[in-house]
Design a protein around this ligand. Structure first.
Ligand code: SF4
Length: 706
């Protein structure tokens, strides 16, 4: 069988003038323009890297990057700790059983082992699954994810969309109404007169903060709605703390006031929406007083917010990217919130609509299609539904699992059930920079990954495309995703899997489209590594919408067809008297999901965020004999987690909150399907996220946190 010879292809690096005249031991280092290897889209930050004699001296924010303007957070500044890190995976590793130690293997042995087992179980028992790690150097273009999907389509194995772990269920709610395209952060800063940050936090999109401040300097009013006082709340004129899982109730009450007070934009509604009369009758029952009892927000504040939003023009709502949609009824919040700009005619205008959102694309932001869907053979495919995926691992439908840049145990809900499925796999392969919990407990093969300076990358924000040149040789025997997939495809006889002459040609295949004004690697190098895209800063600028009617659907026949309510509804979250605290997860500035083994592999991030910490209110803490900083145990019927208490008045009684990504956290979450199988792919993207709901009880605990 032919083997791929590994070639180090050093791409033309994008050198920028030195910012200082400093020299190092008499040598002048090169300064390379690239991007941070994290994915907090819509924030993606430009990075300058000083390199001397094959070593990185330091990184800094790129002041010329139009998205980040020199900003580089603690996560980006920690990136050099990836290089020369003693925990870095540098060689393929194998072990005979999961209780054995690892032994170094050659790439040929590792790849032969994988291909042999894949053939033995048959293509439908093989699955590929990727996490944010596969996008580290290509978020926004998603080149490696598309390549993995191409591999899976041509081979005919299981492939599931990583969107189901992330933004897609929120997108599903917005998409049923028809409001998927955001306005940009630049538009927000320049034009919005009111900004409602609804479950949206600046720890997730720090670059929005600059534009928020600009809007505020112009006199815009900023309102935050969240389950706790976030970093965004500190930048807001007003904060409404809401009970978890009741956002749809608040949105329905806001609609009630807008309709009752005759604040509806009748002309816009008549021309660009369907179902107004049904919605108006529907929201009649959802009074502010009713919503106050449900949400915990006073009725007068609900009335004031509704009137202010409807009478301020333009007003923008920035909807949270992931956390607020992870509950079983979270998508219904997005569905209901999307009706507010529709009722008030705040769509398709500068400063209005919905603001920057993780995973959202602007009008015209379409890149090349390399996934070869037409070559996918018929098969017994497991739907893009998290609960069904877990089931397929447990039942043996899937027996060989190839993981790329993911800690599946930490990202899936109901982690104990996932662990049960992983334990039954005949072969698990983990391709990553570092071992993580899934790899430590269940992998049979480790494949060492290249990092951001060691391969060609290309990222895109909502407005710009950025090249990430290769400037270092890959350490040890690390290899890129394209190299690994090509080598596996050759062993499996997948014809025409990689028809491009090299990785640069692959990037060109994605970029050479109208949205980028036909950019390619060569043109980006010539232009200093960045290019503005040909996109609209205003969502839905021509007032067309991706719904069956082409209008904004206040009532959705499509939803009814899918077995869902035609109107936006509120379904009360379940309660468990023995576990009375509602757990929510979110983001901090010191971590990004399970990257770098939950940050523990990078010393500065491990120091900044050494252990899981639970936010708990003073009342809830006192009632349980818990003090600030003490060790506690959080439990429910599904699982248990040890952590440390952060007693703070910034979270109301009844709610507890923790940064996401800690492995044990999802032993507590539900994992139940949220929408029917038939609905998960109905809107052109996969929305099969499971419920991450968890009701918990917390008690003092002596065990040290792990
Ligand atoms: S916010 Fe931080 S982690 Fe995210 S892209 Fe910017 S520098 Fe990187």
């Amino acid at each position: 069988m032919p083997r791929l010879a590994f070639e180090l292809v050093v791409q033309a690096a994008i050198e920028v003038p030195l910012l200082t005249r400093a020299s190092y031991h008499g040598r002048v280092p090169r300064v390379i323009r690239t991007m941070c290897p994290m994915n907090c889209h819509p924030t993606l930050c430009g990075m300058l890297v000083e390199v001397d004699d094959g070593r990185v001296l330091r990184v800094s924010g790129d002041v010329d990057n139009p998205d980040s303007r020199g900003f580089l957070c603690v996560r980006g500044q920690a990136a050099p700790e990836i290089l020369d890190n003693p925990r870095r995976l540098l060689y393929p590793m194998l072990r005979a059983t999961r209780s054995d130690g690892w032994r170094r293997a050659t790439w040929d042995e590792a790849l032969d082992t994988i291909a042999t087992r894949m053939r033995a179980v048959g293509r439908e028992a093989v699955a590929t699954w990727s996490g944010h790690g596969i996008f580290a150097n290509n978020y926004g273009t998603r080149i490696h994810s598309h390549l993995l999907r191409r591999f899976s389509n041509i081979h005919g194995c299981q492939w599931w969309s990583p969107a189901i772990i992330c933004w897609a269920l929120g997108g599903f709610g917005l998409g049923l109404t028809g409001l998927l395209e955001p306005n940009t952060k630049e538009d927000m800063g320049a034009n919005a007169a009111m900004i409602v940050l609804w479950g949206a936090n600046l720890a997730s999109q720090p670059n929005t903060a600059r534009h928020l401040a600009a809007a505020r300097r112009r006199g815009a009013r900023i309102v935050t709605i969240d389950v706790r006082e976030t970093e965004a709340a500190a930048q807001s004129d007003e904060t409404l703390l809401i009970r978890p899982g009741t956002d749809a109730a608040l949105a329905l009450a806001l609609m009630h006031v807008i309709v009752t007070d005759s604040l509806v934009d009748r002309d816009f509604v008549g021309r660009h929406t369907v179902g107004f009369e049904r919605l108006a009758a529907h929201v009649h029952a959802y009074t502010p007083e009713w919503a106050a009892a449900v949400t915990g927000i006073e009725a007068t504040r609900i009335v004031d917010l509704a009137r202010r939003y409807a009478t301020t023009r333009p007003a923008m709502i920035v909807v949270g990217g992931s956390s607020m949609h992870k509950a079983s009824n979270g998508w219904q919040a997005a569905r209901a919130i999307a009706c507010l700009p529709a009722l008030t005619g705040q769509v398709g205008i500068p400063g209005g609509g919905l603001g920057p959102r993780h995973g959202a694309s602007l009008r015209g932001q379409v890149l090349g299609n390399i996934v070869a869907l037409e070559r996918r053979p018929p098969g017994d495919y497991v739907p893009d539904q998290m609960s069904r995926i877990t089931e397929s691992l447990v039942t043996g439908h899937v027996r060989v699992l190839l993981l790329f840049g993911t800690d599946m145990l930490s990202s899936f809900a109901d982690a104990n059930r996932v662990a049960e499925g992983l334990a039954r796999q005949e072969l698990i392969v983990s391709y990553d920079l570092f071992e993580n919990d899934t790899a430590r407990r269940f992998a049979d093969v480790l494949l060492p990954a290249t990092s951001w300076l060691e391969e060609l990358g290309c990222k895109a924000t909502n407005t710009h495309v950025y090249l990430m040149p290769q400037v270092l040789g890959p350490p040890g025997e690390t290899r890129s995703v394209p190299w690994v997939l090509r080598a596996l495809a050759e062993r499996l006889g997948l014809e025409d899997f990689f028809p491009w002459k090299d990785d640069a040609a692959l990037v060109d295949a994605m970029l050479d489209v109208p949205a980028t004004r036909h950019a390619n690697v060569a043109s980006l190098v010539a232009e200093g590594g960045m290019r503005a895209m040909n996109v609209s800063h205003v969502g839905h600028p021509d007032l067309t919408f991706p719904t069956p009617s082409g209008k904004l659907e206040l009532f959705s026949e499509r939803a009814v067809t899918l077995g869902l309510p035609g109107l936006p509804v509120f379904e009360a979250p379940g309660t468990e008297p023995s576990h009375p605290l509602t757990l929510r997860q979110g983001r901090t500035l010191t971590a990004f999901h399970s990257f770098y083994d939950h940050g523990r592999a990078l010393p500065s991030l491990a120091k900044a965020d050494p252990e899981p910490v639970l936010w708990i209110s003073p009342d809830d803490a006192a009632a349980r004999g818990i003090t600030d900083g003490s060790r506690i145990a959080m439990r429910n019927a599904r699982g248990e987690m040890r952590c440390r208490a952060h007693v703070t008045a910034k979270i109301p009684a009844g709610t507890v909150w923790m940064r996401d990504g800690w492995s044990e956290l999802n032993t507590l979450t539900s994992g139940e399907a949220v929408i029917p199988d038939a609905a998960v792919d109905a809107l052109g993207f996969s929305a099969g996220q499971a419920a991450f709901d968890a009701s918990v009880e917390v008690a003092p605990g002596d065990d040290p946190p792990r």
